[in-house]
Ligand binder design. Structure first.
Ligand SMILES: Cc1cc2nc3c(=O)[nH]c(=O)nc-3n(C[C@H](O)[C@H](O)[C@H](O)COP(=O)(O)OP(=O)(O)OC[C@H]3O[C@@H](n4cnc5c(N)ncnc54)[C@H](O)[C@@H]3O)c2cc1C
Length: 376
């Protein structure tokens, strides 16, 4: 199916089922409510076929360009039917499964994620290792039947709701750095896993500490080969900075429109609104280019760091405007709508951290795109 036809059909479906798909809460809802809503919308979109377009048939997809799934996420986000963070986990993790899991495992698992029957999380960061991912310490050793995993992850988004985790472990010596990392697909119900949600300043306990105490992971859950985990991670991160960011930019567009509707008269400067509009436009233009390169089969790499830098700057500039225009809501919260502005304002401060910090993205641009020398 072509993009134009897909757009028309998805929009008609969303218009027709608008009441049924709408969230039952005002504002952002609690995290539990958001997750229930996400499963409902993904399930409905899968049953109607839309959620399957843009994915290969070997994982239950209907084929077609990846632009189709870019549009679906955009349409759902723009209408406020899903929160982009939870929805886009599909874009971050499903491509990794398709490229690195055993074909039978990918065929069994990916449809569950698309259908909203399951949520998966990304177990990369650790207490001592975020930016410096190559130094991760969560250890996996072989016994006769399986890997045995012991260690800790942190900032694992939605781990408390997740049935599976794409986990990075150290299987080589501590000195082996990125060469000694192995990726695996872990059932979150495995004995020995403890998940502790972390409170955040914006209210929702989105991320968690996850502890692994001698957890058994079958060898056939290895993603790629032993020692190939760094490649798995490097291939995954550009997905986190491509379609997922396209969805997020649709969310920011919607928030800018809503701000213009909610802001008291004379609380916004036209010049500042214009500046944010231009930033948002630049972000969307850049992200659109990335969508098209991905659809053309190009391998995405460090250039997606430019998209992430633009996203973080735009998100914070937009919510700086929110802070200025809706100061009472942002400081005090209030009704459901005020709470929503407050939560989203506070969350925007994380934009320069999640998916790789702004400084690290600039390092990647400097070192790998502009060839400005190695890290000292
Ligand atoms: C909302 C949110 C959701 C997240 N979800 C997940 C998730 O689902 N899974 C997951 O694995 N992780 C997740 N993370 C973690 C995220 O990837 C890390 O927080 C991020 O990579 C930074 O790592 P760190 O927190 O360890 O900070 P550090 O690496 O300790 O960095 C601290 C500061 O030092 C700077 N810095 C570090 N090294 C350098 C350098 N070489 N040059 C210049 N500056 C440097 C950083 O930019 C930062 O400002 C999430 C984070 C947030 C905020």
């Amino acid at each position: 199916m072509e993009l134009d036809e897909f757009r028309t059909l998805v929009d008609a479906w969303l218009d027709a089922d608008a009441d049924e798909l709408a969230p039952p809460f005002t504002g952002t809802g609690t995290l539990d409510e958001q997750m229930t809503q996400l499963a409902k919308v993904k399930g409905a979109a899968y049953d109607a076929g839309w959620m399957r377009w843009g994915w290969p048939s070997r994982v239950g997809g209907l084929g077609g360009s990846s632009l189709l799934r870019g549009y679906l996420g955009e349409a759902l986000t723009r209408r406020g039917l899903v929160e982009p963070g939870g929805y886009s986990m599909v874009e971050v993790l499903a491509p990794t499964m398709i490229d690195y899991a055993r074909p039978e495992l990918a065929a069994e698992m990916v449809p569950r994620l698309l259908r909203g029957e399951e949520l998966w999380c990304q177990g990369f960061s650790e207490p001592g290792t975020g930016s410096n991912l190559g130094a991760l310490a969560c250890r996996a050793v072989r016994d006769r039947e399986s890997w045995r995993v012991t260690g800790q992850k942190v900032w694992t988004s939605f781990a408390q709701y997740s049935q599976r985790c794409v986990l990075l472990t150290r299987t080589g010596t501590p000195e082996s750095a990125h060469r000694g990392i192995t990726a695996m697909f872990v059932d979150m119900t495995s004995p020995g896993i403890t998940v502790r949600p972390l409170g955040t300043m914006h209210g929702g306990a989105e991320f968690c500490e996850v502890f692994f105490d001698d957890v058994s992971v079958p060898f056939d859950r290895t993603l790629g080969e032993e020692g190939q985990g760094w490649s798995v991670a490097m291939d995954l991160l550009p997905f986190e900075r491509s379609t997922a960011l396209w969805h997020r930019s649709a969310f920011l567009n919607r928030r800018l429109e809503q701000l213009l509707a909610d802001a008291p008269p004379d609380s916004l400067s036209a010049t500042e609104v214009g500046d944010v509009f231009v930033q948002l436009f630049a972000l969307r233009a850049r992200s659109r280019g990335t969508q098209y390169r991905m659809a053309a089969g190009e391998h995405l790499g460090p250039e997606t760091s430019v998209d992430k830098i633009l996203l973080a700057a735009t998100e914070q500039a937009l919510f700086d405007l929110v802070g200025a225009a809706l100061a009472d809501d942002v400081v005090l919260g209030g009704d459901a709508v005020g709470e929503q502005w407050r939560a989203q304002y506070l969350y925007s401060r994380a934009a320069t951290i999640y998916g790789g910090s702004a400084e690290i993205q600039r390092n990647i641009v400097a070192r790998r795109l502009l060839d400005l020398g190695a890290e000292t």
